[in-house]
Design a protein around this ligand. Structure first.
Ligand SMILES: [Zn+2]
Length: 94
């Protein structure tokens, strides 16, 4: 596995994380982990708690992206649609 080298390389922004549900607990995970180790676990956005999935491909150049299943204007992790005020996702996962 070369993932350490990839991870230590080009500075990935700290926002590139999500939460995965393990048992009854939500744990923080990198997108790499969310897609690999926690591939089948439910995932949510660390900011608005909306359901998310991880898009991207494996390879030398990792470009994984967190994507909300339903767009939400109250989430700062999606600057394009962010309204400026943080609010919980209407479909937030408990
Ligand atoms: Zn969000």
């Amino acid at each position: 596995m070369n993932s350490d080298a990839a991870r230590a390389g080009i500075g990935a922004p700290a926002a590139e994380t999500c939460e995965v549900k393990v048992g009854e607990t939500w744990l923080p995970a990198t997108l790499d982990e969310a897609r690999g180790v926690y591939g089948y676990a439910p995932k949510r956005c660390p900011a608005c708690h909306g359901a998310v999935y991880v898009l991207g491909s494996y390879g030398a150049k990792q470009q994984l992206r967190l994507t909300h299943r339903r767009m939400h204007t109250g989430c700062p992790l999606t600057p394009k649609t962010f309204s400026g005020a943080l609010s919980s996702h209407p479909d937030a996962l408990p």
